[in-house]
Design a protein around this ligand. Structure first.
Ligand SMILES: Nc1ncnc2c1ncn2[C@@H]1O[C@H](COP(=O)(O)OP(=O)(O)OP(=O)(O)O)[C@@H](O)[C@H]1O
Ligand SMILES: [Mg+2]
Length: 354
């Protein structure tokens, strides 16, 4: 995958994040509460230089998971190994040193509104004891990279949401981290601004080989940004794989629900009811399959009638993915021949269930 070519060769642990059977239980808050199991035996291996997405509904444990990578939360059991170091075991200055190797961006940006943009970005360096002039020069360099050089002297409170997130990204990058963590960084932004921020994150990954761990509840973000995805529910990883494969073959019901938000999977019940069972199929097509003369082939070569009910197309990780829902009618054995014809030519054929 071209986006991975920026990964640093050689050191296999730099930028790598490993979760090994990680459990997190929060103690009960009040007398009537039960302890909360936010993570239950989570194992993940995020390869250096990849963009890894974790998707799940509210409360699934996404923030708890990502906060372990920079040691803001500690596992109750298991290990989180970042750059070859067990972060949960670190304390004091060793922990602070490890934290400098990751940058984090947030849904609400977390900027100081009455402080100038350049000083917001320079803040981590100032906290590290870097001199004001050097820190500001580095801040301006990163602001140029995120396309906000012209706003360095503005107050953070004067910027739009999309601009604030660019500042948040600049601040996260100012220490030149190997790993960037993103907790719902685009959830407060409109679709156009979201797309721009996604482009920026992709260019950080390609240009610097930065590992990016993204947690989100938006499947669109996964589709446009991530190479690999893990689906979380109730503190567990229920499914994991490449983004394309997960879109084409979602296995668990939660994954299907998320995929449906991007690729709608069905017809209105009334239409399915009306058309009835046999020969009502949903086809998935990838890349060259999308442009084949499939339907004319079914009609002229197989001799069935075809009614096209739905078609759409999207881009997933540099692949074109098309979907069609068709109703094929004809003698039983011709309908079976049509199914065989399609199965030879498209990646996936399934009945549309009533
Ligand atoms: N500091 C805490 N103390 C007690 N319980 C917590 C704490 N942080 C999280 N939890 C609980 O852990 C579970 C997972 O929370 P988490 O914030 O990780 O979910 P999330 O997937 O990020 O949700 P959202 O999409 O709403 O941000 C929830 O049930 C939450 O109430
Ligand atoms: Mg969260």
């Amino acid at each position: 995958m071209s986006a991975r070519t920026g990964a640093t060769p050689g050191d296999r642990t730099e930028g790598r994040i490993v979760f090994d059977q990680v459990t997190k239980t929060f103690p009960r808050q009040g007398k009537r509460d039960e302890p909360t199991s936010a993570l239950r035996g989570v194992s993940l291996d995020v390869a250096p230089g990849t963009i890894f997405g974790v998707i799940g509904y509210s409360g699934a444990g996404k923030s708890t998971l990502i906060r372990m990578v920079n040691g803001i939360e500690r596992p109750t059991a298991g290990h989180v190994v970042v750059d070859g170091v067990d972060v949960g075991a670190l304390r004091g200055s060793a922990l602070r040193t490890a934290q400098k190797r990751t940058g984090m961006i947030f849904q609400q940006f977390n900027l100081l509104e009455t402080v100038r943009v350049r000083d917001n970005v320079a803040m981590p360096l100032r906290l590290d004891g870097v001199g004001a002039r050097t820190a500001r020069a580095r801040a301006e360099e990163v602001l140029d990279f995120v396309g906000l050089g012209a706003k360095a002297g503005s107050f953070a409170g004067e910027l739009s949401g999309g601009q604030k997130q660019r500042v948040g990204i600049a601040r996260a990058l100012v220490r030149n981290p190997r790993i960037l963590l993103s907790d719902e960084a685009t959830s407060a932004l409109d679709p156009t601004t979201t797309a721009q921020i996604i482009d920026l994150l992709r260019s950080i990954n390609t240009e610097y080989g930065t590992t990016i761990l993204v947690v989100t509840h938006e499947m669109d973000v996964i589709k446009d940004l991530a190479h690999e995805v893990a689906v979380m529910a109730d503190g567990e990883i229920v499914e994991q794989g490449t983004v394309l494969d997960t879109f084409l073959h979602p296995r668990s019901p939660v994954t299907r629900d998320f995929v449906t938000t991007v690729v709608p999977q069905g017809l209105p019940d009334r239409v399915v009811e009306h058309l009835g069972g046999d020969g009502l199929w949903r086809l998935l097509l990838v890349d060259d399959e999308v442009t084949q003369p499939l339907l004319s082939g079914l009609i002229t070569e197989i001799g069935v009638s075809v009614n096209m009910l739905h078609a759409d197309m999207t881009e997933i990780q540099d692949h074109t993915v098309g979907q069609m829902i068709i109703k094929v009618t004809g003698p039983e054995e011709r309908v079976a021949a049509a199914r065989a014809y399609l199965e030879q030519r498209v990646v996936h054929v399934e009945e549309v269930a009533r």
